[in-house]
Write a protein that binds this ligand. Structure first.
Ligand code: NAD
Length: 502
């Protein structure tokens, strides 16, 4: 850890456990062992508000990956894990949830230091969401069942279906909610009896490595959960194509998702793709303007806009457009920009120098295309990957800033006149992850909901997420669901059993 990071941690007084974890050499978790891997080289991990080096993570080689897949395969093919009774799996998952809860502040601090996000939000959202997800899916371990069927064929049969775990699951996740997104995939996989190889994002692997220590402490058998770290184009691509993987569950950009999906089709491997978004928000003229403005700003600038379902395209009914814009700007002004460990931080730095440049380039493009920058958008020149939230007005759907996923704190607005026009504008995107409606008119809400081509529709709020509700996109935002009972279907095979009676 360099002095920039050490000073930062001291300034905000992080827990001793956090500093201890960050100071130790990071290793991968393969077959129950902690290993550096075969590569000589390692990857620097940067703290985004100081740009100091926190530590290094190993770069897995193909041999390391093979060992991880073999370990997961051995456990799946009949070792202790597959022999556990459902209630025993359930108990282990609850024990893991208890350990996450007991170490919640440390995990939140690690997430904040690694990724840049607010530590308070990491505690309340990322880590709490992780605990809830493990508890929710723990309960499913003992409630999975097939059904009996009465066939109409001549003769006598007993016919029933069995739900069986799909096998070894490859998990690839992005950097914006590293722990929580991993949990969304792993908890359900373990509940149904699968084993897993996880590849966290190279920018943010640390919380997953700390989590793997808790997996071990919970008593989950060695080899059931494995973590390999390294570059997406190398080790992620190799995992996506690995013949030892039965199911790949990927969250990330649509471009990479396309490659992962192609590899899956080639090998007839099961795949879930949770991809990019550019979610529309419709503010109708009967909405509570101030409440809507607050919710829209929170739904856009939370996690510095690095949220897949962020409400980025905001269409406001003309009658209230100017009033709404004023309220939106006033409220956004109150959101504090600060390093993630600052207890008052709402908007932290972006995750990397590259992301800072990408987002700033989009803000420049918006200006060039003639959109009116009505608030913020300044790239901070001081150290750290800070970009002020930007609000553009009078945009149109042909503009790059309206069409493309920016994945940063950039909100675009434009007025609409009637509901038909609003639906057209909202659906005019290759993405279909989420949409939001602000209105107090139950008739208008229920008329709009079925017309919006999106995997989640939020009304009078944004990103209300719960492990019992499925999450996943329409159109180029992917297919398959994480969370909810729907996810269980993507992690099990249904076997039809026919017994002919004589
Ligand atoms: P990314 O696609 O660059 O990377 C995602 C993961 O894939 C990382 O772990 C990366 O190392 C790995 N990867 C990179 N190249 C790979 C390859 N060729 N083969 C296999 N794996 C590879 O995405 P990102 O920049 O980390 O994250 C941002 C993106 O994730 C945004 O598009 C965002 O919308 C999306 N996202 C979607 C959801 C959702 O639930 N739909 C949630 C969060 C983020």
């Amino acid at each position: 850890m360099d002095t920039l990071v050490r000073d930062y941690l001291e300034r905000f007084g992080v827990q001793e456990a956090t500093t201890r974890f960050l100071n130790k050499p990071q290793k991968m978790f393969i077959g129950g062992e902690w290993v550096r891997g075969a590569a000589e080289e390692a990857l620097d991990v940067i703290e985004p508000s100081t740009t100091g080096v926190i530590t290094q993570i190993p770069l897995a080689t193909i041999d390391d990956l093979d060992r991880a897949v073999r370990a997961a395969r051995t456990q799946f093919d009949g070792s202790p894990w597959r022999k556990l009774k459902p209630l025993e799996r359930e108990r282990l998952l609850h024990r893991l949830a208890d350990l996450i809860e007991a170490n919640a502040t440390e995990l939140a601090e690690i997430e904040s230091i690694d990724m840049g996000k607010s530590a308070a939000q990491a505690r309340d959202v990322d880590v709490q969401g992780t605990i809830d997800t493990f508890r929710y899916f723990a309960g499913w371990a003992s409630k999975l069942h097939g059904r009996t069927v009465e066939p109409s064929l001549p003769g006598d049969y007993v016919a029933y279906t069995r739900k069986e775990p799909v096998g070894v699951v490859g998990i690839i996740v992005p950097w914006n909610f590293p722990l929580q997104t991993m949990a969304w995939k792993l908890a359900a996989a373990l509940a149904v009896g699968c084993t897993a190889v996880i590849k966290p994002a190279e920018l943010t692997s640390l919380s997953t490595l700390r989590f793997a220590e808790l997996v071990q402490e919970a008593g989950i058998p060695d080899g059931v959960v494995n973590v390999v770290t390294g570059r997406g184009g190398v080790i992620g691509a190799a995992l996506a194509r690995h013949p030892g993987i039965d199911k790949l569950t990927f969250t990330g950009s649509t471009n990479v998702g396309r490659d992962v999906g192609q590899a899956a089709v080639q090998d007839i491997r099961r795949v879930t793709l949770e991809l990019g978004g550019k979610s529309p928000v419709l503010v109708l003229d009967d909405a509570d303007v101030d409440a809507a403005a607050r919710a829209v700003a929170n739904g856009m600038f939370f996690n510095s806009g690095q949220v897949c379902d962020a409400g980025t395209r905001v269409y406001v009914q003309r009658k209230i457009h100017e009033r709404f814009l004023g309220a939106l700007i006033d409220y956004t002004r109150t959101l504090k920009i600060a390093p993630g460990l600052d207890p008052d931080c709402f908007i932290g730095p972006l995750v990397s120098a590259l992301q800072k440049e990408r987002v700033s380039a989009y803000i420049d493009a918006g200006r060039r295309e003639g959109a009116e920058l009505v608030y913020g958008g300044r790239k901070r020149e001081e150290a750290g990957y800070f970009v002020e939230p930007a609000i553009f007005a009078h945009c149109n759907n042909a503009m790059k800033i309206v069409r493309e996923e920016i994945f940063g704190p950039v909100l675009v607005t434009s007025p609409f006149d009637d509901i038909d026009e609003a639906v057209k504008l909202a659906n005019d995107s290759p993405y279909g992850l989420a949409a939001a409606i602000y209105s107090n008119d139950v008739n208008r809400i229920h008329t709009l909901v079925p017309q919006l081509r999106a995997g989640s529709v939020y009304v009078n709020a944004h990103s209300t997420i719960d492990p019992a509700m499925p999450f996943g996109g329409f159109k180029e935002s992917g297919f398959g669901k994480d969370l909810g009972m729907e996810q269980l279907d993507h992690l099990t095979e249904t076997k039809a059993v026919w017994i002919t009676l004589h």
